[in-house]
Design a binder for this molecule. Sequence first.
Ligand SMILES: Cc1ncc(C[n+]2csc(CCOP(=O)(O)OP(=O)(O)O)c2C)c(N)n1
Length: 318
Amino acid sequence: MTGTLLAAYRTMRTIRVFEERVHAEFAAGDIPGFVHLYAGEEASAAGVCRHLDGRDTIAGTHRGHGHGIAKGVDPKAVMAEIYGRTTGSCHGKGGSMHIADLAKGMLGANGVLGGGPPLICGTALAAKQRGTGGVGVAFFGDGAGNQGITLEALDLASAWNLPALFVAENNADAEATSSTWSVASDTIADRAAGLGVPSVIVDGYDFFAVTEAAGEAIERARDGGGPTLLEVKFTRYFGHFEGTQQGYRAADVAYAREHLDCLKRFRERVVENGELSAASLDQVDAEVAALVDEAVAEARAAPKPTRADLETDVYVSY
Ligand SMILES: Cc1ncc(C[n+]2csc(CCOP(=O)(O)OP(=O)(O)O)c2C)c(N)n1
């Protein structure tokens, strides 16, 4: 268990340092395209993905670096992809919003809101038919929860009793629209009852709450008990995408960083309970800082795709 907790801390810490660094590098003008950062939401990806293995698949969102890292995609390959380099997980052709690594069960970050839920209905159906015990997990935001396709996928997963988990990452805003304006039901989780799907709402700053709820849901899915909707509530630490101002939410973010932060709370709890030492956590912090430095240096030094690469990776060969 100690190893597992330390690994979970490493995952969350890696995502945090990675995202803070991408924020700085983007501001320096070094990174092309659109970038949406996941900082603040780490407990969701880490708490869910720690229950997953090679049988399982996940679909991320446009805010998807953390989902990939938590599912085991090499952070250096994620960084190189964000920089658009051939050493990236999609050989530099996808960028921040299209990071995929099928060998790791990461179907991809996705620029289409609601793009992930139907994809994991497919992988969950395949797992069910093949009897692999695998589970499909789709992460989506509160905004994407209002896409018809998300509700259709939830309905399909329920009707077909698929081994699936739908993780609504409710960070309270879709771009600059508060979910209190756009979500008609009191919660996203409320909607699941109408489709015969069990649901649970958790404090997204609390890694242990996420991990417990996700563990139950994933176990039920593996045992043939069908899908679950998990609503994880928190805020994001940066603007909608890099370059946007977030004056309208600055006070909430400052409060969350100071008083609610998932990494701070994790550290306090495990040290207080004597589960991990402060020194072991500091050691992880140092290793993660070095890893992210290397990831940026290697990404910068790697080649960009050339015209000759244009026609590769376009179609899958069967
Ligand atoms: C189908 C579709 N409609 C609109 C957009 C434009 N868009 C990109 S992100 C976003 C808001 C997403 O909010 P949410 O799902 O809550 O995720 P968050 O950004 O808060 O993580 C919108 C409207 C899109 N990418 N895809």
